[in-house]
Design a protein around this ligand. Structure first.
Ligand SMILES: Nc1ncnc2c1ncn2[C@@H]1O[C@H](COP(=O)(O)OP(=O)(O)OP(=O)(O)O)[C@@H](O)[C@H]1O
Ligand SMILES: [Mg+2]
Length: 145
């Protein structure tokens, strides 16, 4: 298990974190983002997508569980937000397996909601607020080295 810890005191430091996470994504395409409401999951995912050349706005997928983004070369990224699901069946209904086992990066908000459906190997990213919500502690754990 490889663990990286980042102390972020300003949004301007997120690009550096995102680039390390992109390196981890090359090894394991499933990345689960844990953290309270407002912790900064969408913001970090947005930065990752930006660095990967996605031009669509990666806004929080409010109306759907999964959003698909593509760069100019047709590389795909799936962005999930399971916050609103109340039953595991809703994940089956969207065909989550198709996405999780596609080999394309899957960036997942609220993975707690579908914990038992996550593949064995995934990158666990945990975000917590520090310094009265201004700062963030971001931890990333790789399942393999
Ligand atoms: N690293 C950071 N440092 C300071 N502020 C941040 C950081 N990351 C996010 N924020 C701010 O926190 C707010 C909430 O961020 P965001 O929407 O990304 O949270 P979230 O974890 O996706 O929440 P939700 O669970 O509701 O989807 C935004 O205003 C954003 O600018
Ligand atoms: Mg969000």
């Amino acid at each position: 298990m490889t663990k990286q810890v980042f102390k972020v005191s300003h949004l301007s430091q997120l690009p550096e974190v995102a680039s390390v996470l992109i390196g981890m994504l090359q090894k394991s395409p499933i990345m689960a983002f844990y953290g309270e409401m407002g912790a900064g999951k969408t913001t970090l995912i947005k930065e990752i997508c930006h660095q990967l050349g996605i031009t669509d706005q990666a806004s929080s997928p409010t109306f759907s569980i999964v959003n698909e983004y593509a760069d100019s070369k047709g590389n795909i990224i799936y962005h999930f937000d399971f916050y609103r699901i109340t039953r595991l069946e809703e994940a089956f209904d969207i065909g989550y397996e198709y996405y999780f086992y596609s080999g394309f990066p899957c960036l997942i908000e609220w993975p707690e909601k579908i914990e038992q459906l996550l593949p064995k190997l995934f990158v666990k990213v945990s975000i917590s607020t520090t310094d009265g919500h201004e700062g963030r502690l971001i931890e990333a754990e790789m399942p393999i080295t």
